[in-house]
Design a protein around this ligand. Sequence first.
Ligand code: GLU
Length: 417
Amino acid sequence: MPEPGTPVSQSPQSVNPSPQPEPPSPQRSTWLSERARALQPSLTLAITAKAKQLRAEGRDICSLSAGEPDFDTPAFIRQAAAEALEAGHTRYGPAAGEPALREAIAAKLSHENQIPTGADQVLVTNGGKQALYNLFQVLLGPGDEVLLPAPYWLSYPEIARLAGASVRLLPSDASSGFRLRPEQLEAAITPASRLLVLNSPSNPTGMVLSRPELEGIAAVLRRHPQVAVVCDEIYEFLLAPGHEHHSFAAVAPDLADRVFVVNGFAKGWAMTGWRIGWLAGPREVVAAASALQSQTTSNVCTFAQYGALAAIAGSRDCVREMAAQFNERRALLSDGLRRIPGLSLLPPQGAFYAFPDLGAYGLDSMTLCNRLLDGVGLAVVPGVAFGDDRCIRLSCAASPATLSDGLERLQRFLASL
Ligand code: GLU
């Protein structure tokens, strides 16, 4: 192996195709790497796909599994992408993103989130997931530890492990409001701790961190300069009445050299299939993440970025209108759930999920979800995937009629137990 920093040799040997893999020997039971064998596929995507497939086969399915707005992408955004396509924006672009989009994201962060950001601190990625993946790859390695408040979105631990890092969970439950307490964080930090994940509004619990809570977390991190923070703000616009989104980077500007923001267009602008997100933070790390992207996926679809540019530079009216509808739906789902005997729910403060506790029914969450799907055709996600086996996750990103149907199926199933 070359020493770190050693230039890669361009000798004929290094450009030759890799040697042919050896044929399987009796000792080799799989071709998969250790990393691939440890990887769990995304259960949210798997259940959503299964629900679609069952419906295509003619089964009567009600799906409250997907964390995906059921609205169409607003017309002016689709129009901008179509025009870019017609105008010939069909070629490779800079791996880090179209300069105009990076500028617009930097302006959004600077003015809307009060995080002073330059365009060279922004990387346009294939959705929020790639932003997280690239960041974890360039920050973490074996021996490093990710501090993950639980319940958590199910991709964080997998993305951490793909980077070779281990995960230290910071558990919480409904009795503590699913909140991260500063003293809990302080007690969990070890010399190996390298990255804290904050996700507010939270998927799956809907918890929204208040400004004083973020200040409490910042106070702890000031005592531990080896710990960076990534703030996943993908649900920033989806807030129940009375709740506000605060960016940690704005609350603790003195920590700017170790705070990263991940966000994207999927949830706020109903652009899930477009796959456009971003990573923002200190230049050196964003540049390394861009280099990684240049060697893996290159730029995000060029003409799609022009749709995203129209979205972020445009009025927020469309975002607010959809958010208002999600508020009604969240309330409808929460009220319906709270009427079901034996189920307890902490009302979600944001995002578009409810995460009720059904532990009283005595079934693990995977069994419960399988039986819900087989028995009454209701697709929801087991809490075990998010680190809490007493709960299930229901999405309210569905029409009011679908939500009422889902509630009725859940009630019917639970009454039959
Ligand atoms: N983030 C959404 C969810 O949790 C989309 C699916 C996924 O990427 O996991 O349902």
